[in-house]
Design a protein around this ligand. Sequence first.
Ligand code: HEM
Ligand code: HEM
Length: 188
Amino acid sequence: MENSHTLLAKTIHWTFSILYAYGIFKQVEDLEELEDASLLNFEIFFAIVFLVIVMLRFFYMKDAKTLLGAHDEMHKGHLFIAKVTHRLVYFSLIMLPTTGLLIAGILNAGVPGMEIAIALHELSAFLSYITIGIHVAASLYSRYKGEGVWNAMVPVWREDSKKNSKLISKLEDIENKIYDEIEDRFIN
Ligand code: HEM
Ligand code: HEM
């Protein structure tokens, strides 16, 4: 029997992914757009809902096993990188609405600091693209190897069993060297 994340964990992961995509695609283009009070209010409402869901999700998933679906025991160095990446995803997802709310606060109060708030907001967006990009690429790579991690969270395009090939063994040799190095430096 395969290990899988709970139905609630999967539901939150995918509904939240849609919310994130919506937030990114409908983004405010520039500060002048926020002179429209209804847009400003909607942005504030959206940022608060987004922030509350991220926090609830973080606390719900905090104790879930990382790379839960893996058929084989995962290298400690591998688990460490996966955990750090998940934490960085959360960090960027908390910073995005928080710095958005900061922009709204500065706008309403008419105090200085707008340039810094916008720079932090853009930096948070950039960090989210990088960390989520790495996350999706790592999930696809794991699926290619058939490790079981994909099936534990993704309900479509199911993977079969663990694949073996010369290329995969070579890649795993390189991976293991990197994980050993990480274990030596950060875990022991
Ligand atoms: C095609 C897109 C995506 C795929 C294929 C994917 C795949 C996965 C998989 C397989 C896991 C389980 C990892 C484990 O068991 O440790 C996972 C967990 C996770 N994913 Fe994604 N993901 C995608 C999009 C996203 C997006 C857009 C976000 C953020 C908005 C995200 C954030 C996370 C986080 C934070 C976790 C850790 C578990 C949790 O706290 O919910 N993922 N994802
Ligand atoms: C979860 C909520 C939010 C998300 C996901 C989000 C996302 C984004 C993204 C991706 C950008 C483009 C950044 C870039 O150019 O790299 C952006 C820009 C911007 N956002 Fe947000 N945002 C959110 C909330 C807010 C809020 C609450 C405000 C203010 C009321 C706000 C004001 C702005 C402004 C003014 C810009 C344009 C910055 C510029 O001049 O380049 N955002 N937002």
